[in-house]
Design a binder for this molecule. Sequence first.
Ligand SMILES: *[C@@H]1O[C@H](CO)[C@@H](O)[C@H](O)[C@H]1NC(C)=O
Ligand SMILES: *[C@@H]1O[C@H](CO)[C@@H](O)[C@H](O)[C@H]1NC(C)=O
Ligand SMILES: *[C@@H]1O[C@H](CO)[C@@H](O)[C@H](O)[C@H]1NC(C)=O
Ligand SMILES: *[C@@H]1O[C@H](CO)[C@@H](O)[C@H](O)[C@H]1NC(C)=O
Ligand SMILES: *[C@@H]1O[C@H](CO)[C@@H](O)[C@H](O)[C@H]1NC(C)=O
Ligand SMILES: *[C@@H]1O[C@H](CO)[C@@H](O)[C@H](O)[C@H]1NC(C)=O
Ligand SMILES: *[C@@H]1O[C@H](CO)[C@@H](O)[C@H](O)[C@H]1NC(C)=O
Ligand SMILES: *[C@@H]1O[C@H](CO)[C@@H](O)[C@H](O)[C@H]1NC(C)=O
Ligand SMILES: *[C@@H]1O[C@H](CO)[C@@H](O)[C@H](O)[C@H]1NC(C)=O
Ligand SMILES: *[C@@H]1O[C@H](CO)[C@@H](O)[C@H](O)[C@H]1NC(C)=O
Ligand SMILES: *[C@@H]1O[C@H](CO)[C@@H](O)[C@H](O)[C@H]1NC(C)=O
Ligand SMILES: CC(=O)N[C@H]1CO[C@H](CO)[C@@H](O)[C@@H]1O
Length: 626
Amino acid sequence: MEVIKLSLLLFSLASSVLAWSPTDSYAPGEIQCPSNSSLTRDADSLSSEEQRWLEGRSSVTDANLITFLQHANMTDFDPESYINGLDRTIRIGLAFSGGGYRAMLNGAGQLSALDNRTRGAWEHGLGGLLESSTYLVGLSGGNWLVGTIAMNNYTSVQKILDDGKLWDLSHSFVNPGGWNIKKTYDFYKGISDALDDKRNAGYDVSLTDTWGRALSYSFFSELNDTGAALTWSTLQDVDVFQNYEMPFPIVVADGRTPGTFIINDNSTIFEFNPFEMGSWDPSVYQFTQVKYLGTEVNDGKPVNGKCVGGYDNAGFVMGTSSSLFNQFILQINTTSLSSAIKSILTSILQDVSSDENDIAVYKPNPFQHNDVGTSQSISVNDTLYLCDGGEDLQNVPLYPLLQKERQVDVVFAFDNSADTNQYWPNGASIVASYQRQFGNQSNGTSFPYVPDITTFVNLNLTSKPTFFGCDARNLSSLTNNLTSVYDIPLLVYTANRPFTYWSNTSTFKLSYENDERDSIIQNGFEVASRLNGTIDPEWNACVGCAIIRRSQERTNADQSDQCKQCFERYCWDGTLSRDSSINVNFTTEGSTNGTETLKINSGSILGISSSVLAVVLAAVSAFVLG
Ligand SMILES: *[C@@H]1O[C@H](CO)[C@@H](O)[C@H](O)[C@H]1NC(C)=O
Ligand SMILES: *[C@@H]1O[C@H](CO)[C@@H](O)[C@H](O)[C@H]1NC(C)=O
Ligand SMILES: *[C@@H]1O[C@H](CO)[C@@H](O)[C@H](O)[C@H]1NC(C)=O
Ligand SMILES: *[C@@H]1O[C@H](CO)[C@@H](O)[C@H](O)[C@H]1NC(C)=O
Ligand SMILES: *[C@@H]1O[C@H](CO)[C@@H](O)[C@H](O)[C@H]1NC(C)=O
Ligand SMILES: *[C@@H]1O[C@H](CO)[C@@H](O)[C@H](O)[C@H]1NC(C)=O
Ligand SMILES: *[C@@H]1O[C@H](CO)[C@@H](O)[C@H](O)[C@H]1NC(C)=O
Ligand SMILES: *[C@@H]1O[C@H](CO)[C@@H](O)[C@H](O)[C@H]1NC(C)=O
Ligand SMILES: *[C@@H]1O[C@H](CO)[C@@H](O)[C@H](O)[C@H]1NC(C)=O
Ligand SMILES: *[C@@H]1O[C@H](CO)[C@@H](O)[C@H](O)[C@H]1NC(C)=O
Ligand SMILES: *[C@@H]1O[C@H](CO)[C@@H](O)[C@H](O)[C@H]1NC(C)=O
Ligand SMILES: CC(=O)N[C@H]1CO[C@H](CO)[C@@H](O)[C@@H]1O
């Protein structure tokens, strides 16, 4: 008996350690190949692992959604009999935009309003909605949020604030020691050693390796060796994922070859999920098992039967999605640091060529030598180049949630972009996602109608949550008969807005005092909860109406009068207002009074056009030391 227990214990220890890098360091190392001969598969379905996981998560979300809807006080609606009577589970997706620390902190507040573990979320927020959700997607700054929560044993924003151990942002992650030179020296020495480990194991390193390690000091400071050996695929093995307690986390990045620019229509959107990494787009149309990244393959098959593990370092994945910020690492070189730090930096930056500054190098390329995808430049190259997920302007990562295989009913999109000259969102990201469906890369995905950004601003669609795609039958001309209109999720779009705090800080603000950080998080809570339910006491019920809408449409069920009224209040009704000379004064119902005028910048990357970027980066080096 004891022997069995002991061996079970040893087995579970072994299995929980296996998912870490086999070298117990930042270096990848050889591991046994899985039994199936190919590491890749075509993107024509969900992986069997995700499919199986979804079945388990369904029973969790069904039960939690009943509780959530009961508390939402919807009239003429019985949540229990309704949810139990459906033949298909309602799937809710949450998406958090990029935009540096601003996006991470505003997103944290919005997420906390949905998380029943937050004090007050049940009483005057949307507590229980996170518990009812299936997918949790992040990009760039939003991926710092998702990654921090997911990789730290599915911690909560509340716990992060209570414990006071993570998210100390008082010094920039480029210079975590502040004026404490020794601390900064140790930081860069640690990074340099980690990079050497990877180089010595025979792998190329790019600026994103440095960046990912730097992020890990902020986000994984509680973990062994600040997560040097922590792999993204570890998620598969942790209890909170295996028992379906946490939603399915996804991180988004774009494909881009050095020296080229990508535009929305022909970008390749990649996702990292706990099981796989790859793209639904025709240019790649494959997924590889994320745990075996770093393995040299020929058409998905390991060369010489040798497999590699530990390449999918969690910080590296998070750094990939936010690689626009790589530039900061270079900026520190321009400041007056001690020569000891400078010499480490020189060693860190030794192989980085300037056109790879915002690019993550994945070499070997997991999608090499196959004819599945249409992009020759990807399949013939020995290297896969990835960059910040927001570089194609789709700063809210919606694409993984539009895949009909995922059967998402409703997406809550939190936009913390800096599109206007005052760093507020103006819907540009959503417009980019809408437009993408008409290009070849969309591969049959559909996106509800949204207006142009001038209308977004003129009609105040960013001043309160707005629903898009309220009536699926109106979307038939978007589907080309490839998908059912009911497969297009309803979109609940919520933009950053000031209620109790001016939460429009610069994307490139790299340090926050704790009270500033906490104020932005609180404001985010208020954004998601309609100022704690004070602006609209029926807000939870209206959210409930959005959640059940597609299932009602599929089953031809009538909407209650209450839901009809909610839709009157929150759905975009198709009206346009394209007069860009209107200067809408910045006022929000119930909010901090502001008289800023919203002006529209188009064609920006995360709110900063690339020509301005260089200037901003130069200016920012002053921050770096702070
Ligand atoms: C629903 O109604 C109950 C009883 O009036 C109230 O306590 C609760 O706060 C309401 N729920 C929401 C989300 O407003
Ligand atoms: C809204 O609720 C949150 C969470 O309970 C709380 O921290 C915040 O102070 C409340 N805001 C207002 C304006 O009462
Ligand atoms: C959220 O918390 C409340 C109060 O603690 C509890 O009654 C409710 O069941 C919880 N809901 C979910 C979905 O966990
Ligand atoms: C992870 O979180 C769960 C609760 O969600 C807890 O029971 C468990 O002990 C935690 N594991 C670790 C290693 O902290
Ligand atoms: C964490 O570090 C300790 C001490 O170095 C080591 O014994 C342990 O195996 C490590 N844990 C993991 C999961 O790598
Ligand atoms: C993407 O589209 C732009 C504009 O149509 C074009 O200039 C560029 O070459 C395309 N890039 C690729 C990789 O196809
Ligand atoms: C950083 O500074 C050192 C010494 O001034 C210089 O040799 C090196 O080329 C610089 N690196 C970059 C990437 O600018
Ligand atoms: C791979 O891509 C890089 C960067 O665009 C390019 O310099 C190189 O020639 C490509 N290699 C092949 C074999 O096409
Ligand atoms: C938008 O908000 C402004 C300021 O609150 C208000 O004057 C204007 O009428 C609103 N526009 C619409 C279309 O609701
Ligand atoms: C979709 O199918 C319907 C009926 O089969 C047909 O009338 C309609 O023209 C088709 N629409 C498109 C865009 O192909
Ligand atoms: C916007 O605010 C400014 C300054 O408070 C005021 O002069 C102007 O009339 C306002 N514009 C509109 C359209 O309300
Ligand atoms: C629905 C659709 O257009 N699917 C296509 C997606 O891309 C792959 C690869 O190019 C095609 O095989 C599918 O037919």
